[in-house]
Write a protein that binds this ligand. Structure first.
Ligand code: CO8
Length: 255
């Protein structure tokens, strides 16, 4: 059985599915290596414009594979350099939409937070339970959560390991949208919409939004302005304006 499934659709949408249902999609080293390799490939595949990341209908991911932690020493953990696996995802210039059904815990919640949009269904349960294992989050669970929902909600979650459901996650600002039924088809629809736009404008929007989060407001506004100005040098920008005035669908080439 393939522990990671990849489907590339005609309209430029790629669907990446974690597939270790017997272990609740726990992220063992092999799965994380495959995820990283897949995201590296998708980043450089010009046909792919948007990516949906899912764990299937029942679960997103129950975190790191705890079996990998039983005997690991500090130096072994260091030498794994797993930050490189995560960077393959966080450096991906294309929009990533996480479709979360069921549990997204520990490294699973951190994986969802590597996405740009999170769609959750009513069965979704988020949490950073590492503290219950004598551990702490290690792939953004303290820092990405802090930036998404603020200090006091973050502290409550990471210090108690408490799980929270989709509506609570949405109220906190962790989830983009909560839907009834399977989150994946809805995430694919959103990805298709994004894939129909100019890839170059989409990627600039993602880059500026993410970079701006950690910059001063003045610096981030300047970055935004410069990125907008760069778009005026693209064929797609001219095509977008022309198509609007001619009342037709634009034909974007990503140039
Ligand atoms: N690692 C290894 N195996 C797991 C994991 C896991 N994280 N989660 C579930 N499994 C296995 C179970 O051991 C069980 O195996 P078996 O059938 O052989 O007994 C099987 O999956 C089914 O699990 P359950 O019987 O427990 O299923 P339930 O429906 O009763 O419960 C839960 C589902 C709530 C998801 C429960 O399995 C659970 O609490 N899992 C662990 C959640 C957790 O603590 N996650 C944090 C892990 S630590 C972490 O992520 C640190 C991150 C650091 C950096 C990032 C690395 C990626």
């Amino acid at each position: 059985m393939d522990i990671l499934k990849l489907t590339i659709m005609e309209d430029g949408v790629a669907v990446v599915q974690l597939n270790r249902p017997e272990a609740k999609n726990a992220l063992n080293i092999e799965l994380r290596q495959k995820l990283a390799k897949t995201f590296d490939e998708l980043s450089s595949n010009n046909h792919v414009k948007a990516i949906v990341l899912t764990g299937g209908e029942k679960i997103f991911a129950a975190g790191a594979d705890v079996n990998d932690f039983l005997t690991a020493s500090t130096s072994q953990m260091y030498l794994r350099h797993t930050e490189a696996y995560w960077q393959s995802i966080s450096n991906c210039p294309k929009p990533i939409i996480a479709a979360v059904n069921g549990y997204a815990l520990g490294g699973g919640c951190e994986l969802a937070m590597h996405a740009d949009i999170i769609i959750a269904n009513q069965t979704a349960k988020f949490g950073q339970p590492e503290v219950r294992l004598g551990l702490m989050p290690g792939a953004g669970g303290t820092q990405r959560l802090l930036r998404a929902i603020g200090k006091f909600k973050t502290m409550l979650l990471v210090l108690t390991g408490k799980m929270f459901n989709a509506d609570e996650a949405s109220q906190m600002g962790l989830v983009s949208e909560v839907i009834e039924g399977d989150a994946t088809p809805h995430a694919i629809e959103i990805a298709k919409t994004i894939a129909s736009f100019s890839a170059i404008s989409v990627q600039q929007i993602k880059e500026v939004t993410n970079l701006g989060q950690d910059m001063s407001l003045d610096g981030a506004l300047a970055l935004e302005r410069k990125a907008l100005q760069i778009l005026f040098d693209t064929k797609d920008q001219k095509e977008g304006a022309k198509a609007f005035l001619e009342k037709r669908t634009p034909n974007y080439q990503g140039e």
